[in-house]
Design a protein around this ligand. Sequence first.
Ligand SMILES: C[S@@+](CC[C@H](N)C(=O)[O-])C[C@H]1O[C@@H](n2cnc3c(N)ncnc32)[C@H](O)[C@@H]1O
Length: 241
Amino acid sequence: MSPRAQSRGLFYKIILIGLDCARPDIVMHFLPEKIDDYVVKHSEEEPELLQQLNRETFQKILQPRMLSGHYQGRVLSMISKLVNPKHILEIGTYTGYSAICLAEGMQKSGELHTIDINEELYDFQRKYFDKFGFGQQIIQHLGNALDIIPKLDKTFDLVFIDADKENYSNYFHAIIDKMNTGGIILSDNVLWSGKVLDTEFKKEDKSTPALIEYNKLLKADKRVETIILPIRDGLTISRKL
Ligand SMILES: C[S@@+](CC[C@H](N)C(=O)[O-])C[C@H]1O[C@@H](n2cnc3c(N)ncnc32)[C@H](O)[C@@H]1O
């Protein structure tokens, strides 16, 4: 295959990966919209630099809806501050928004490892990690998370799963033995705009059945205790026993 065809193939692959991770609707409101607005209005403001990252993502990057955004970002930041982790793993960096939110609660001597398969996002992420003063503490890994996770010689206090939905169960199996006791696994989009209630799926829809299986897995697995928070597109908190 010619280099041009190869790079075209990679380009389409990246778009397809993006589509598989994208939040399916623009904003899914599980709460009545007015209550949702009230909740956001009475929660922490989005820090100025994150507003900038948010804007630049919408201006320059494909699939900007993949970014966690103001409210969910503040939830991630709060959870991280409560856990105060030394080692964090993120699966699915995108433009770095959630990595920065999670890093806000990390110990001063801590490290956050974040993995993404899309090399075109690497410099964008690095620019913002440096701007936030996390240059030394956030370590970017480029490639398929299922290849990279087994090579990470670390145990984690906090993990955020937010990459391709099809592989959520595989990510869980890859990280569970690398979790410290009491460690927290956060999984995003577990309600998938309510599609997890569906019983029939389009042939090309691999994400919905995979998320349904994943939610069952977390509920049944005796190594974790799990609750689903019905915020935004659904965020699961699982605690390693
Ligand atoms: C929903 S976005 C992540 C959003 C980010 N966590 C945030 O909240 O701002 C999902 C990311 O996962 C990446 N991704 C998809 N499949 C992957 C894989 N197999 N390994 C690593 N990264 C993957 C995509 O390139 C995309 O950037």
